[in-house]
Design a protein around this ligand. Structure first.
Ligand code: ZN
Length: 156
């Protein structure tokens, strides 16, 4: 049976490369440091930032390891794919707290290879090599929140 899938329209035009890097940053922060995906992000074409509530600031070594890990994932040229599932099913697999209250019944799950998955209606690259090199340009810790500001070099 064919089913019409209704998605919420996205409230801002995102830069696909920067936004896809945000997915990888979130996924890597969760894996490496056990925090939650950022709920406070500011994505722009040249420079983006994500905030993570954390008990302590990341060290220079941890920031370097974070950057290296993300670049390693990007260099694997992982394909981005999409899957649709009802919110009632998705909530068992993913943290849906970030979704707006009026989110549609049918959610789109974005998979970046088998590295990261989360519900999202934004615009993404087709594969990670389009992202280019990920660089943390600054990091600041204040009031229990780790802010990471990043840039991307042009893809080769
Ligand atoms: Zn997305």
């Amino acid at each position: 049976m064919e089913q019409e899938i209704v998605l919420n329209s996205h409230n801002k035009q995102e830069e696909p490369r920067m936004h896809s890097a945000e997915h990888l940053l979130n996924g890597t922060m969760v894996k490496m440091f056990g925090c939650k995906r950022s709920r406070n992000t500011h994505i722009e074409r040249k420079k983006s930032k994500c905030d993570y509530p954390m008990p302590a600031p990341l060290t220079q070594e941890q920031l370097q390891e974070l950057e290296n890990t993300i670049n390693n994932v990007i260099s694997k040229n992982l394909q981005v794919s999409y899957e649709y599932m009802p919110a009632s099913e998705a909530e068992k697999l993913y943290d849906l707290d970030k979704l707006p209250d009026d989110a549609s019944e049918m959610l789109r799950i974005v998979h970046i290879g088998d590295y990261d998955s989360c519900p999202c209606v934004g615009a993404h690259v087709e594969s990670t090599n389009e992202i280019g090199e990920f660089r943390i340009s600054s990091a600041r810790y204040q009031d229990g929140v780790q802010r990471i500001v990043y840039r991307l070099s042009a893809p080769e």
